[in-house]
Design a protein around this ligand. Structure first.
Ligand code: HEC
Length: 219
């Protein structure tokens, strides 16, 4: 159920009661919920979470320029720079940002902090110190539009994210082993040219059709 993003202080910082209050104050929402769920009482948390889960599951972004290219659609292409960026991403980022969603759905520590609370990240759920500082590898679809970045939004731009990978990373006990390097600090070496091509490619993951979907328009 999609509750955590609503109540987490780093995300919407809302309460379920307050959200239900807002929905119930709107006659049109009440009418529509009654139409779907029946009954005559106010919209309750069960109905709200069911409706939200159904709605979010129906949203799929699969029409970026990258998608047209991988599906070999007529007239679809990526520029040489974007193709180099795709190759760099697959080679240097692809163990985590893997597959067509650009995430392997794992939880990892990508070297943001030297120390963190013992219940941070995945450990908040598992209560295992082994998971402290590990966060879900996010999808990179539409990433050019979803600043700020990382679980706490500490980076405002994609160049800042690339700076982090290239020279901002720090060591900690749960740091992902593949980010460690012999004889130097952790990180992923990226030349200026590789950074430029990565930025170009990431922009090709923007799905104009998806973001203009009227279902997503703010009410
Ligand atoms: C060891 C696994 C790993 C590797 C390798 C990796 N990432 Fe990440 N990446 C993560 C994790 C985990 C996060 C989320 C961290 C958080 O939420 O604090 C992340 C977050 C990001 C974000 C922010 C997305 C958002 O919506 O906040 C971007 C952009 C990104 N990575 C790009 C890259 C690029 C480009 C590379 C290659 C140069 C790369 N990553 C390599 C694990 C990895």
């Amino acid at each position: 159920m999609p509750l955590a993003p609503i109540t987490n202080p780093l995300e919407m910082d809302e309460t379920l009661d307050n959200v239900l209050g807002k929905l119930n104050a709107d006659a049109e929402y009440r009418r529509r919920f009654t139409q779907v769920f029946g009954g005559s009482g106010p919209i309750d948390s069960y109905q709200f979470l069911r409706a939200l889960a159904q709605f979010t599951a129906s949203l799929t972004s699969s029409n970026s320029r990258y998608d047209h290219y991988v599906r070999h659609e007529a007239g679809a292409s990526l520029t040489d720079v974007e193709l180099r960026g795709l190759a760099v991403l697959r080679q240097k980022c692809g163990n985590c940002h893997a597959g067509e969603l650009f995430t392997d759905e794992s939880f990892r520590n990508n070297g943001l902090d030297r120390s963190f609370p013992q219940d941070s990240g995945r450990a908040h759920i598992t209560r295992s110190s082994h998971d402290a500082g590990r966060f879900k590898v996010p999808s990179l679809r539409n990433v050019a539009l979803t600043a700020p970045y990382m679980h706490d939004g500490r980076f405002n731009t994609l160049p800042e994210v690339l700076d982090h990978y290239n020279h901002g990373m720090v060591e900690s006990s749960t740091l992902d082993p593949q980010l460690r390097r012999a004889g130097q600090g952790p990180g992923i070496a990226l030349s200026v040219e590789e950074r430029q091509s990565l930025l170009s490619f990431l922009a090709a993951l923007t799905d104009e059709q998806f973001i203009k979907d009227p279902q997503l328009a703010e009410q």
